[in-house]
Design a protein around this ligand. Structure first.
Ligand code: ZN
Length: 98
């Protein structure tokens, strides 16, 4: 391995488990009292990545966003915060698709 080709950072979607370039996924981060979308990946803290597609957002939103809570290592009480962030992301996704 020589450094000729730029290495693209890869991340796994918490929904469909597909590995994609980090730039093709949207980051979700836990802040002090909420889970927020972090499209510019500038926020500190543990993040989870998800495909910006209605399919993956819907998939992750199931069961109080259990897969997202697991990825962010959150307690069960964080379900509402996670689903709120996913609702916000779902709106963004629909908007981008238009
Ligand atoms: Zn996905």
């Amino acid at each position: 391995m020589h450094g000729d080709t730029p290495r693209v950072p890869l991340r796994t979607c918490v929904g469909c488990r597909t590995v994609r370039p980090k730039s093709a996924l949207v980051r979700l981060v836990q802040t002090a009292n909420a889970v927020v979308t972090d499209p510019d990946t500038t926020l500190p803290g543990r993040g989870a990545y998800i495909c910006p597609t209605p399919q993956c957002v819907t998939l992750v939103r199931r069961r109080d966003a259990a897969v997202l809570r697991r990825a962010l290592q959150l307690h069960n009480t964080w379900g509402p915060q996670c689903t709120a962030a996913l609702d916000e992301l779902h709106d963004m996704v629909d908007y981008h698709r238009a």
